[in-house]
Design a protein around this ligand. Structure first.
Ligand SMILES: [Ca+2]
Length: 371
């Protein structure tokens, strides 16, 4: 069985790696949250499994849950809708088929959804949203499409098919480009790479591991030239799909590119050792970048925290999408939430997720704006 990435943490290299880094950070016991109580202006909501990405659909949160190592929980991830007021949780898979499929005929309906990056956009009709989600299947990655209908008391997801990602590519995140079905996705590294190999090549040798992939219906996949870097991670686009914004996980930079014409463009280089993860739009038109500083130490230290949230530092940066200047920063270490991978604003709430934990968390937008 060719388990991608996380499943390969169990390789013999991992214990050696952990031993080598043991002096760098806290133990898994120190880093594991003890309960689910609010504190430090943060309100956690537990009962999730590695909620890596969060996107709004009306007043619902669409949440991706990722399979993790040694979880003892669900064997696979899930796509979830969750309501902040009622705290109602609904799994969106398995889903009924939609009348209209937008995937390709070669891509087969999955048995399970091990969700990673996702994008949600308003659809043609009121309270019906387009959802695209990365799915890490056993033998390759795919992108799954849904229409999510939030008119009723409970959300309904209808499955609209999928597309196969090139078999050599492990993708992290996806974004719709405009209204025509075009997509961009971050090819993070080669499919099947081991964590040890990635740390060695990316951090020690500073070798590029990925780039931005474009999908156009009828044309298929192509690489966007000039986007190579070390572990491209979160991606978003402006509403027209003209510009994309890409976070490079182990390269501490956020880059804006023109989709039509490649290269160009502004970038923001962070001075510290940030692991830049997902990037979202706030309602005021600024960008929110979630990161967990600490380079490989953060990543490895949290790998052994099972069934609880890893209390590594979370950092949220607000960035001007025009000038690519840093406008503000919120940072927190310790209970009740850590290792942020996404910050998504709905109204006056900012919702945080993590690729290694049992909870999402709320902070107030005011709290972020005051920093
Ligand atoms: Ca991500």
């Amino acid at each position: 069985m060719n388990k991608p990435f996380w499943g390969r943490w169990g390789a013999p290299a991992l214990p050696l790696l952990l031993l080598g880094l043991a002096g760098c950070g806290g133990s898994d016991v120190e880093l594991a949250s003890l309960d689910c109580a609010p504190g430090a202006g943060i309100t956690p909501y537990c009962g999730f499994e590695n909620p890596e990405d969060i996107a709004p659909a009306d007043d619902w949160l669409i949440i991706s849950e990722m399979e993790g190592p040694q979880d003892g929980g669900p064997e696979h991830g899930m796509l979830v809708a969750w309501h902040p007021e009622t705290q109602l949780r609904r799994n969106l898979w398995p889903a009924e088929d939609h009348d209209e499929h937008i995937g390709s005929a070669e891509c087969t309906r999955p048995e399970t959804i091990n969700a990673h990056g996702l994008d949600v956009r308003p659809g043609d009709r009121r309270k019906r949203y387009r959802l695209a989600a990365i799915n890490h299947r056993e033998t390759r990655d795919t992108i799954e499409f849904f229409e999510v209908d939030v008119r009723g008391d409970e959300p309904e997801a209808l499955y609209q098919g999928c597309i196969n990602v090139p078999p050599t590519d492990f993708v992290n995140d996806v974004v719709f480009l405009g209204e025509d079905g075009d997509l961009a996705a971050t090819r993070m590294f080669e499919f099947g790479s081991s964590a040890f190999g990635l740390i060695f090549s990316g951090l020690l040798l500073a070798q590029d591991t990925g780039y931005v992939l474009l999908w156009r219906p009828g044309e298929g996949w192509s690489e966007l030239p000039g986007t190579d870097g070390i572990q491209p991670n979160g991606i978003t686009a402006d509403p027209t799909g003209e510009y994309i914004y890409v976070n490079y996980y182990w390269e501490r930079r956020t880059h804006r590119y023109r989709v039509d014409g490649g290269e160009e463009q502004e970038q923001l280089v962070f001075s510290e050792d940030d692991n830049l993860d997902n990037i979202t739009w706030a309602p005021d038109g600024t960008l929110l970048i979630a990161s967990h500083p600490g380079g490989v130490e953060a990543f490895v230290s949290c790998a052994t925290v099972v069934g609880r949230n890893c209390l590594w530092t979370s950092r949220i940066d607000r960035v001007d999408p025009e000038t690519m200047q840093l406008l503000g920063r919120w940072e927190h270490t310790g209970e009740p939430f850590g290792l942020a991978t996404v910050a998504t604003q709905i109204g006056d709430s900012i919702w945080l997720g993590s690729f290694r934990g049992d909870r999402i968390a709320r902070i107030s937008a005011e709290e972020l704006a005051s920093r």
